[in-house]
Design a protein around this ligand. Sequence first.
Ligand SMILES: C[S@@+](CC[C@H](N)C(=O)[O-])C[C@H]1O[C@@H](n2cnc3c(N)ncnc32)[C@H](O)[C@@H]1O
Length: 257
Amino acid sequence: MTSKQNDQYANIGDKYSDFKDTAPLGGPETNTVFKLLGELKGAKVLDLACGHGHYTRLIKQAGAQEVVGSDLSPVMIDLAKEAEAEQPLGITYHVGDASDLPTLGSFDVVSAVWLLNYATTKDELTAMLRGVHRNLAPGGRFVTVTVSPEFDPHGPELDAYGIQVVKDTPYEDRSAVTMDLLGANQTATITTSRWTAAAYAECLEAAGFASYDWRAPEIPEEYVQRFGDAFWNNYRSNPNTGFLVATRTADLEPGAE
Ligand SMILES: C[S@@+](CC[C@H](N)C(=O)[O-])C[C@H]1O[C@@H](n2cnc3c(N)ncnc32)[C@H](O)[C@@H]1O
């Protein structure tokens, strides 16, 4: 199945918004993403797999100078454009497949919250990472959220945070995890790839990233207070969320080794 045929979000845009807005998992995810994004004031940012613009808008509101959002799903981009029309922030949105990404600019930061987990072959994963590399300025950073290679779909279970695993089908370098995303009002079902750390390393290096690092989620104090410390134990021991930061090496000065 090509990515273009794989628009799982065509029929679940509103259900996904409900999950994103209400599931407890959103707190640690957003907190960690913004810690890793760091200072955004004046930055030029490309947000891939931007969906309905959740992070795209937060990134612009955090002071980024120029923000472009891109997503495979026309339905999700329509939702993002609706939000932009309701409260204009000056964000530009495109429909596009991240595994066939043109050069949209030279960005200080490329973000992609839940993109790489939609690649179903290593060629597709490498193509996505090449597109990211090509769109980064030298020294620019890629901050991404994907299914953690360490995540065990068999538990400890994550239902309390909004994720219920339905099925896990193993393949050579990945497994296909089907899960229900439990919003307060609606449930969306998606299938996503859990790639191994070795597959990520191979594809990152093939795409030109020499420097990359996996990071653990950070649960914000406000969420510890709101839900209680023990509530987070399963998520702490088996987070489905993997955070990856990769840097495009700065170009060498002419004549330097
Ligand atoms: C889980 S949603 C995340 C949306 C947004 N980043 C967020 O965190 O709210 C995943 C998004 O990835 C998009 N997507 C899946 N495969 C893609 C591809 N090959 N290229 C670009 N976007 C893709 C889907 O259309 C969907 O909007």
